[in-house]
Design a protein around this ligand. Structure first.
Ligand code: UDP
Length: 239
């Protein structure tokens, strides 16, 4: 099998939900280990990888707002949750044999590096996987938007959105068995059909900067590497 990667540098967006496994909250050890081994395998293809990690498995600003916590404060709590996930992912990635750095958009200098664009690029050039934490550092944004932003800043050839299903569907396939699956979509189609894959600002930012988005299932072992060599099942969102 031809194993030449299609991409030189990619950003992988891992949501908090992906780290949860079958649990209802938090971080599931075996799930994170499986994701880390997939990432390790992908780096062996020679692809430079950086990651944006979500925080929804621990805290979301909107759920805080429902409990009477001001939205912006809740959002900062959500951003702090992404730092916890990033540290967990870093620990497991390093156990899998990768060299990593965590950079947070909210400086936390005793815990991890602050986000410095040129430094992050240098880490990747040296073969380190960089995990971006803290989202964009601003309330009222999401880690999907942070992923589109960092992918652009890092000069990535693609943004890989790890989900629980094998691509983009017209409706949630877990709820609607008649949902249609797409192999390819344009940014415009995702926006006008209001497809729930990433929020509109993440899609717009990717469109403006011509970053293709590859949506695939992180639940399937080895799928990340398959996607990187242009095989496997995924939905490609591009112009
Ligand atoms: N968040 C934020 N600004 C950002 C990124 C995240 O305020 O730039 C907050 C927001 O409250 C969000 C939470 O962090 O609900 C967790 O991020 P997200 O929901 O994107 O995580 P995911 O769904 O990927 O697990």
């Amino acid at each position: 099998m031809e194993k030449t990667p299609k991409y030189r540098r990619v950003l992988l967006k891992v949501s908090g939900e992906a780290l949860m496994g079958d649990q209802a909250f938090g971080i599931d050890g075996p799930t994170v280990e499986r994701i880390a081994s997939d990432i390790k395998e992908a780096t062996l293809l020679g692809v430079q990888i950086c990651l944006v990690v979500g925080g929804g498995n621990i805290f979301r600003g909107l759920s805080g707002a429902a409990k009477g916590i001001e939205r912006a404060t809740g959002d900062y709590m959500g951003m702090l949750a992404t730092v916890m996930n990033a540290l967990a992912l870093q620990a497991v990635l390093e156990r899998a044999g990768l060299t990593t750095r965590v950079q947070s958009a909210i400086p936390m200098r005793t815990v991890c590096e602050p986000y410095i664009r040129r430094r992050a690029i240098r880490h990747m050039e040296k073969g380190r996987a960089v995990v971006f934490a803290g989202g964009t550092g601003n309330p009222f944004f999401t880690t999907d938007t942070a992923a589109a932003l960092r992918a652009t800043e890092m000069g990535c050839d693609a943004m890989l959105k790890a989900t629980q299903v094998d691509g983009v569907y017209s409706a949630d396939p877990k709820i609607d068995p008649a949902a249609e699956r797409y192999d390819k979509l344009s940014y415009h189609e995702v926006l006008t059909r209001d497809l729930k894959v990433m929020d509109a600002s993440a899609i717009s930012l990717s469109r403006e900067n011509k970053i293709p988005i590859v949506v695939f299932s992180i639940k399937e072992k080895g799928m990340l590497s398959s996607v990187l060599i242009g095989q496997g099942r995924y939905t490609l969102i591009s112009e």
